[in-house]
Ligand binder design. Sequence first.
Ligand code: ATP
Ligand code: MG
Length: 280
Amino acid sequence: MIEIQNASFSYTEWEDEEDTQYTSRVLHQITSSIKPNEFVALLGRNGSGKSSLTRLLNGIELPSEGSVQVEGRFTHVSQSIPLIRRAVQIVFQNPENQQVGMTVGEDIAFGLSNIGYPQHQIQERIAWAIDLVGLDADEDRPVTHLSGGEQQKLALASVLALSPRYLILDEATSMLDPVARKQFVRTLHEARKRQPFALIYITHHLEEVLEADRWILFRNGHLYLDGSPDQFLTNEALLSECGLELPYYHALALSLQGKGIPVSTSLGIEELRELLCRFN
Ligand SMILES: Nc1ncnc2c1ncn2[C@@H]1O[C@H](COP(=O)(O)OP(=O)(O)OP(=O)(O)O)[C@@H](O)[C@H]1O
Ligand SMILES: [Mg+2]
């Protein structure tokens, strides 16, 4: 379990000329928790505080007030940090910035060596991670020869090799084209079935998180609302207040409902298309 208790956070900046220190509070008294194996989406406008919160979750930053605990360990206890960093892994939006090896194998091996994974098992683990994310590349492939989608799968393989208990994806699909994005999301969920972990998913694309257990909506650094997706999906005004847009097929189902046509909003795009063809 991750437990966030009344956590606030401020960035500190220095004005060089006057040597003055400024602090700006970007998270205000956040209280929440994330259970093992839960799928939680963090949603909200640009600058609402989503990424800042994730930095508190793996101890990159410490709350200025309140606390964060990962499986009973406080992030402000420095001895706990190595274990917390291992338990909570992050995949960011730009795959290139996350690569540390020249080849697929080197990239996955780097994190494993860092955590002291037994040397004689690293090779086997690399093969396991490549298979887990369905990366169609052998370990000697230079990372520069991978497509954007493949590079992001490699980033995923490199962190999943470390068996995280919590995986944060911070707009990890935003640099991918729609086909690669869908494939990446599918891969992620298949990997979760084989090796369960909690997923903390930040995105501006609601269609990627329709199956989440919870949506947490941020507004101006505040945790504004927390609930099941169904609670929010019928409330377009609320979503747009938080800078979110319904997937177009979902909006279509809602407007058909408004015209008295009995269409479920839980239909996926394919099912909705089939249903509409039948109406025709
Ligand atoms: N390193 C930093 N130094 C100072 N202020 C920062 C820093 N990083 C973020 N901020 C500010 O903190 C606030 C919250 O930013 P954060 O990146 O957490 O938002 P976000 O919800 O992740 O936004 P986005 O959707 O654009 O990624 C913003 O006002 C931002 O300008
Ligand atoms: Mg962000």
